[in-house]
Design a protein around this ligand. Structure first.
Ligand code: MN
Length: 231
């Protein structure tokens, strides 16, 4: 195949303890998947069907990379999240079979221009400019299932400059990882390299130039992100 210009590089994430990287196909994100976070966003945490938004694959950034403060926001937020990486695709996946499709798990930070997201929400417009901007998906090394097993519970914690901001347990997910995979696969076909950001606990808040944000998930270690000067 000849292209009229060089295709963009394949987006990818690190694999823990390996030289190979995992190619990213799409980034699928679950909205309001912890009750206390739904409440802090002014919504009732009920078992309405989950909703989703996406980020472009090339929004992905490795842990340890300094993220410049993004343009057009005065309220740039962190969101600690458990990341589930799909290794085997499928459609209409039964909940009982969902975990067979998981390649591994990682720690992520769903970086958000909260002011743009909330204006879009109020006006009934898409969230993209609040959620899907450049370098908006920090994802640390993926830990393969054959090394860490499946994560149904365990501490998820985020600090900014050493101060704890989010402190929860992934057992508190309103929609569990197997449920989310099954539900997504009934709407779109999942394929290897699809990455699911499973939602953030309560305690979201702002980051500014010079901040160091550390997220830990029990069993997956921790990742660190520094925020740099405004672009
Ligand atoms: Mn999120």
């Amino acid at each position: 195949m000849n292209y009229v210009f060089e295709p963009a590089p394949q987006a990818s994430i690190e694999v823990f303890g390996a030289d190979e990287r995992l190619p990213v196909r799409r980034i699928l994100c679950v909205g309001r998947n912890y009750a206390a976070h739904a409440r802090e966003m002014g919504k009732d945490p009920d078992r309405d069907p989950p909703f989703f938004f996406t980020k472009p694959a090339d929004a992905v950034v490795d842990a340890g990379v300094t993220i410049p403060y993004p343009p057009e926001t005065e309220n740039f937020h962190f969101e600690a999240e458990l990341i589930t990486v799909i290794g085997k695709g499928g459609r209409n996946i039964a909940e009982a079979d969902s975990l067979d499709h998981v390649w591994g798990y990682a720690i992520g930070n769903d970086l958000t221009r909260r002011d743009l997201q909330l204006v879009a929400r109020e006006q009934g417009r898409p969230w993209d400019w609040g959620k899907s901007f450049d370098r908006s998906a920090v994802i640390g090394p993926v830990h393969p299932v054959d090394k860490v097993g499946h994560l149904a519970s365990g501490s998820i914690k985020l600090t900014v400059n050493g101060v704890v901001k989010q402190d929860a347990d992934i057992a508190e997910l309103i929609w569990s990882v197997p449920e989310v995979i099954s539900i997504i696969s009934h709407s779109i076909e999942l394929r290897p390299g699809d990455v699911i950001m499973t939602g953030t606990p309560a305690g979201v808040g702002p980051l500014v130039d010079g901040d160091t944000c550390v997220i830990s998930i029990e069993g997956l270690g921790e990742i660190e992100t520094k925020i740099g000067a405004k672009l």
